[in-house]
Design a protein around this ligand. Structure first.
Ligand code: PEP
Ligand code: MN
Length: 358
């Protein structure tokens, strides 16, 4: 049940990941019943299903609409499950709550628009339903944070976040680039808010779903929101990324839940010891950068005195070639080191220019 998600947040050691699964869209009473039945048999107790679908282009399937709500009520009578539906307007909220929908979610195309989020927030005032908030389509952390604040200020206490990736240009692997640092930054702002991952919309194709799910667990996400359909290839929306209930169960079985904390003292001490050594290594790294910056100032003064230009392209070329090569010799990733030196070099030019202009 969804309350497990909010309670799990208080515990130190996560056991199994919390999972919400279900079709991208509710299509027919039969498709809904069969999908829920198959998921229920495999232990899923919280089901998702879109009723109103925000589609990028008009004319594609936009969800069956409010007629699906009685179908959901029926399936809830047949199975002891909770049901989550996407809402994008005050009308959706009103209809969903009237039909006894247990959980609402705000989709990526809504989170991006503060007017929409505010309208949803107003319609939720005085209600006690859990609300899941997907990240906005664009990689803007503030929009995501702002949406959470609007919903919280409307008095909703059970708010969870869903990482579903970000629209991209030229990412050939993902439908929506995961940009994992953004949900990590979100969690430093809201450590108490549970974070789910939606591997289906990040992947766009079912083969990639297990990999993204494991990555989310490795980053200690609190759970998964996954699309599953009784007959994925025939799905009316997002056919390529949905898993059969059978494949979903097999995948969940393969996932490894890794812990963040140890209850046993001894292992925790070992972990803390390695972290102390990492802190020391980082300190050494910063001191090395500090030493380099003092040399940058020294060379800046020298160039000023002798009327030498700040940038010597040949010298820069040598740096850009040699450092990644030295990195390879130390088994470091050369492209990471190249990026690092581009940053260091930018700072060096900035410092020397300041000295020259003084
Ligand atoms: C969905 O969950 O089916 C959906 C439309 O997702 P998103 O808002 O993440 O695109
Ligand atoms: Mn979908």
């Amino acid at each position: 049940m969804i309350s497990d998600l909010f309670q799990a947040k208080q515990k130190t050691t996560p056991t199994k990941p919390f999972v919400i699964a279900g079709p991208c869209s509710v299509e027919t009473p039969e498709q809904l019943h069969e999908t829920v039945s198959a998921l229920y048999d495999r232990g899923i107790r919280v089901i998702r299903g879109g009723v109103w679908k925000p589609r990028t282009r008009p004319g594609s399937f936009e969800g069956v609409g409010a007629i699906a709500l009685p179908w959901i009520q029926e399936v809830k009578l047949a199975f002891p499950i909770q049901f989550a539906v996407e809402v994008a307007t005050a009308y959706h909220v009103e209809e969903a709550l009237k039909a006894g929908i247990d959980i609402l979610w705000i989709g990526a195309r809504s989170t991006v628009n503060p007017f929409t989020v505010q309208e949803i927030a107003e319609s939720l005032r005085g209600e006690e339903v859990p609300v899941l908030i997907k990240n906005p389509v664009n990689p803007d952390l503030s929009l995501w944070v702002g949406a959470v604040e609007r919903i919280q200020r409307a008095g909703i206490s059970q708010v969870a976040a869903v990482h579903r990736g970000f629209s991209n240009f030229r990412d050939k692997i993902h439908r929506n680039s995961p940009l994992w640092q953004i949900p990590i930054d979100f969690r430093t702002i809201f450590p108490e808010i549970p974070m789910l991952c939606d591997p289906s919309h990040i992947s766009g194709k079912r083969d990639l779903v297990p990999n993204i799910s494991q990555k989310a667990l490795d980053l200690s996400f609190d759970g998964l929101l996954i699309e599953s359909h009784i007959n994925p290839d025939q799905a009316w929306s997002d056919a390529a990324q949905q898993l059969t209930p059978e494949d979903l169960a097999a995948m969940l079985n393969q996932l490894k839940s890794r812990k963040v904390h140890f209850e046993g003292e001894e292992k925790q001490l070992k972990l803390d010891e390695i972290r102390t050594q990492i802190d020391q290594a980082d300190h050494d790294l910063l001191e090395a950068i500090h030493r380099r910056m003092i040399l940058v100032e020294k060379i800046g003064e020298f160039k000023k005195l002798n009327n030498v230009a700040v940038l010597d392209m040949d010298r820069w070329k040598t740096i850009l070639e040699s450092r990644p090569q030295w990195a390879s010799e130390l088994s470091l990733n050369p492209s990471m080191i190249e990026e690092m030196f581009v940053l260091i070099h930018q700072e060096s030019i900035k410092k020397q220019t300041e000295i020259l202009d003084k």
